[in-house]
Design a protein around this ligand. Sequence first.
Ligand code: UDP
Length: 238
Amino acid sequence: MEKGKLLYEGKAKQLFETDDPEIIWVEYLNQATALNGAKKDQISGKGELNNRITGIIFDFLRKKGIKNHFIKHLSANEQLIQSVEIIPLEVVVRNVAAGSFSKRLAVSEGTPLKAPIVEFYYKNDELDDPMVNEDHIQFLKLATTDELIQLRQMALAVDQALVGLFDSIDIQLIDFKLEFGRRKDGSLLLADEISPDTCRLWDKKTKEHLDKDIYRRDLGDIVPVYQEVLNRLEKRGE
Ligand code: UDP
């Protein structure tokens, strides 16, 4: 497989063409950003960790019957994925109150939610990714009614699978963000990444943050923390 020209550069990844139009070459970058890019740093080792963690999680989800775009790892910080048209929505699932949910609704961080809550945000940096409801999504033609039903179902299935996965390595899955893509035949695939950059992960016993809140809130170095998540996931596979 040949690495072709740069197609897209995001905050944490670069996407390249390959000689197969259905396949994209992804390079995970050592860049961390927060506050819609206002806070930005180079963090050596971060790209490798998120590449590895995402691959393990996507393989696990595939085994649970959740279709996703991950094909295989190429190197420490590179992977191949299926080409999809990304739906410009961030689908957030919450099991425990934290972050923007806690702030907006004045619910203390750490309050368990009786049932998972699904939220949609419009992926648009200029607008600062506003939260949207199903009527907004239809008005903006971001997804069809049928796709919205599928997105919700897939997001809840991912939640159920990941709560179990993380629980088995003594981590509580607080919340996370997903992105989905459309294939040419119109079917939906889970896409993007699932890593401590996109999830809130709390150690079950100590309640320590094992995720990007360490960076967002200046609580310390993220590399040893992300490494700890990877170590626990790898040990589980033994
Ligand atoms: N999240 C993400 N990318 C974003 C916004 C949120 O991966 O652009 C993840 C975040 O890591 C957390 C969940 O989505 O696991 C919910 O984030 P929240 O809405 O609480 O926003 P934040 O507090 O990060 O601003």
